[in-house]
Design a protein around this ligand. Structure first.
Ligand code: PGA
Length: 316
């Protein structure tokens, strides 16, 4: 991809930049947006909603990609517990129109691959930034391909904020993984203090830009929006909060990559998704699936989350 013409990292989606129907805002602190988006009760209100939605440009077109659900098992499990989890996944009935992946810890990938009969692909949770060699403790993209792994999760907030991986390093990892024919789940998301400071979009756009600067194509990338304050905390973003950021991400992609990529790329939500809250989240226009941590360790509940594609289909 030729170097895209980026707008400034602080640029805001067209819908919420200015104008009477769609007031200006800073980060997620905007005034009147809820009024703009609420169900119309009068003809004037309806006009406002139409004005708001159409001023989002391509964002009026929600994603067109297949619903996607990933289970990120993180640093959990043993041979026995993973055998049980795979057994439960094999016994579950998964809808056809959802793409499902699971990401076991590296050392269990082969066990999972050899025992999984359900239509589920395998992902790693990380990969090295370049070719293998003298990098103690690392696993290369080539090695992942060698054992039949198809996906890798990169830029997860636990790697960014606990291990200290930068935006630029994460972008390079994505580029290298893609070059080795791994598909990438690229994560972005703000910390609580960043949200409270009205910087949610700025943080997400900077993280996206680092991916965009590094990768040659978005064909094999799924974007995961995972607000850090919602990960593993039981504090899920409301469907409206998640939708708002997903729409902004899609808008950023349209303006800074291409409208076609913005339409095609899957933008999935992660952060305390469970069997009880997935259906409401799935109904949101720009939520194309989920990245699930804790609840992906329970086979039946994870299957419920995968099958929330039925809730999505009910509203489209
Ligand atoms: P959680 O984790 O579902 O346990 O919040 C999500 C993730 O980290 O991908």
């Amino acid at each position: 991809m030729a170097t895209p013409a980026y707008i400034s990292a602080s640029a805001k989606p067209a819908c919420i930049q200015s104008g009477p129907a769609c007031p200006s805002f800073s980060g997620l602190r905007r005034t009147g947006f809820e009024q703009c988006m609420r169900a119309p009760s009068t003809f004037v209100d309806l006009e406002k909603v139409v004005a708001c939605r159409s001023s989002r440009g391509v964002v009026t077109m929600a994603g067109t990609g297949k619903f996607f659900v990933g289970g990120n098992w993180k640093c959990n499990g043993s041979k026995d517990s993973i055998a049980k989890l795979v057994g439960d996944l094999n016994a579950a009935k998964l809808e056809d129109d959802v793409e499902v992946i699971v990401a076991p810890p590296f050392i269990y990938i082969s066990q999972v691959k050899d025992s999984l009969t359900a239509p589920i692909q395998i992902s790693a949770q990380n990969s090295w930034v370049g070719k293998g060699g003298a990098f103690t403790g690392e696993i290369s993209a080539e090695q992942l391909k060698d054992i039949g792994c198809e996906w890798v999760i990169l830029g997860h907030s636990e790697r960014r904020h606990i291990i200290g991986e930068s935006n630029e390093f994460t972008g390079k990892k994505a580029a290298y993984a893609l070059e080795q024919n791994l598909k990438v789940i690229g994560c972005v998301g703000e910390k609580l203090e960043e949200r409270e400071a009205g910087k949610t979009f700025d943080v997400c756009f900077e993280q996206l830009k680092a991916f965009a600067d590094a990768v040659p194509s978005w064909d094999n990338i799924v974007i995961a929006y995972e607000p850090v304050w919602a990960i593993g905390t039981g504090k899920v973003a409301t469907p409206q909060q998640a939708q708002e950021v997903h729409a902004a991400i899609r808008d950023w992609m349209a303006k800074n990559v291409t409208p076609e990529v913005a339409k095609k790329v899957r933008i999935i939500y992660g952060g305390s998704v469970n069997g009880a809250n997935c259906a409401e989240l799935a109904k949101q226009e720009d939520i194309d699936g989920f990245l699930v941590g804790g609840a992906s360790l329970k086979g039946a509940e994870f299957a419920t989350i995968c099958n929330s594609v039925t809730a999505k289909k009910a509203v489209v």
